[in-house]
Unconditional design. Structure first.
Length: 455
């Protein structure tokens, strides 16, 4: 497996091998699915749309709907205006969504189609809404596309209509799983905090089989709630890369104060999320949450010998792996390598600060890098565990290192859409996964004399 990957890491400037990211529109498509009765629309050739739908379907094992402007060569030369105008009318006639959220591909971006002008010159049916975001795939990654679509929701929908702000908090959950969004809402409910969350893909991409196909499932943020978010008392943006832009847009447009925080993955980041919610809302800590936190601490102590001092290499999307790095340090593990394909000096700075504070002088952080480099660096400095998405499985097999699947996409296991990794409950699950992965590997490779019944 991966026999041609040699152990000596060399910087490359013009070649990417096994990227640790994908392109903007798929992130925008995922964000758009978090609006109730919304049909994502891809303005470009249909190949992008089918690829992005397929990837989301493989990850969620649920149908993912989206339409496309289906560019042909003519549109590439003369622009995609008539494709989009006709496409929108067809989409409303045939599929009857309440909202269409348009993203662009590298093709329409290179041509320079003016999406705003095209939408304004289209007779959108009464009571229907069209929003749009520019998502050039040659900038950033799928996380940038997610962020751009979240920002567009604010730009096109949020309104500041009341003199006095309400007691509702707007939560931008970031590029996380529907199970994570559900867990954040459960935590807010337990604390009695009023909130609006968008996008919200829970009950959209992890739906039950009822025997009847619902093109627009019951989940997703309601348009009226997104509008009303302009009147909220504050916003909490979870994950700088995926949520910050929307929160700043809400501040600019509707004077809603933003608080940019880490994804609540691990004990420290969850504590910060809970404390911020309580501080904003003046509520009291829920007894149930306190109990869950105590259970987490108990397990951390009970099984710390499974993971303490173990070396781990982490890759994936910046917001997830920033919080994950903090958590593994709290567990006493040693993150020797943290890598994302998404560009961003802010990411490198934040992780480096964590390394410095933990005295991890030999650990490495890299943004805008690929899995070929990740593999080479692991060969140079072997680790006990890899944390990342499905694309890490080849390296895990080649080097015989256990892999804990976290992030997007996970194409070869289930659970991510149904069980959270955020909050105290999520942290418990991460520990279970890490501990099991290390012990399964140990049981498989240890000598007979060391094969223990009780661990
Ligand atoms: S890189 Fe461009 S052509 Fe390829 S899928 Fe993304 S938007 Fe489409």
């Amino acid at each position: 497996m991966l026999d041609y990957t040699k152990g000596e890491y060399k910087e490359r400037s013009g070649l990417k091998v096994n990227p640790a990211k994908t392109c903007q529109p798929v992130g925008a498509m995922y964000a758009a699915l978090g609006i109730h009765r919304c049909l994502p629309h891809s303005h470009g050739s249909q190949g992008c749309c089918s690829y992005h739908r397929m990837h989301l379907t493989r990850h969620y094992r649920d149908p993912i709907v989206a339409s496309t402007s289906s560019f042909t060569e003519g549109a590439c030369v003369f622009g995609g205006k008539s494709n989009l105008k006709n496409g929108l009318l067809n989409v409303f006639n045939i599929y009857n969504p309440d909202v269409v959220a348009i993203n662009t591909t590298c093709l329409s971006e290179t041509i320079g189609d003016d999406i705003g002008e095209i939408v304004r010159s289209t007779n959108v049916p009464e009571g229907k809404t069209v929003i749009y975001a520019n998502t050039p795939s040659y900038q950033g990654s799928h996380v940038t596309g997610f962020s751009n679509m979240c920002k567009a929701m604010v730009t096109h929908l949020a309104e500041n209509t009341e003199e006095k702000k309400s007691d509702t908090v707007t939560i931008f959950p970031g590029y996380v799983e529907p199970s994570d969004m559900m867990e954040m809402k459960r935590m807010a409910d337990l604390m009695g905090i009023k909130y609006t969350m968008y996008p919200d893909t829970s009950k959209v991409v992890a739906t039950p089989n009822t025997g009847k196909y619902e093109m627009y499932p019951e989940g997703g943020a309601k348009i009226e709630d997104i509008k009303e978010s302009g009147n909220s008392m504050a916003s909490i943006a979870l994950g700088k890369f995926s949520s910050e832009a929307a929160a700043y847009e809400l501040e600019k447009k509707c004077e809603v104060e933003p608080f940019i925080m880490k994804e609540p993955i691990g004990i420290k980041a969850t504590d910060e999320f809970v404390m911020k919610m309580l501080e904003l809302n003046g509520g009291t800590m829920s007894k149930d949450l306190e109990y869950e936190r105590g259970q987490l601490v108990d397990i951390m102590v009970d099984v710390h010998n499974h993971y303490h001092g173990k070396k781990v290499a982490i890759f994936g999307d910046p917001d997830i792996i920033t919080a994950m790095t903090e958590f593994v340090i709290d567990l006493g593990m040693i993150p020797t390598l943290v890598l994302t394909g998404t560009p961003g000096k802010a990411f490198e700075k934040e992780i480096q600060k964590m390394f410095d504070e933990a005295g991890l002088a030999d650990s490495k952080v890299m943004a805008s890098e690929d899995l070929f480099s990740f593999h080479q660096l692991i060969k140079e400095n072997p680790v006990d565990l890899i944390i990342g998405n499905t694309y890490g499985k080849h390296i895990a097999r080649a080097e015989d290192i256990p892999l804990v699947r976290v992030g997007w996409p996970i194409l070869d296991r289930i659970g991510h859409g149904y069980f959270p990794i955020v909050g105290y409950k999520g942290a418990l699950r991460i520990i279970e996964k890490i501990s099991n992965a290390l012990l399964d590997h140990y049981d498989r490779t240890c000598s007979d004399e060391d094969f223990e019944l009780v661990q």
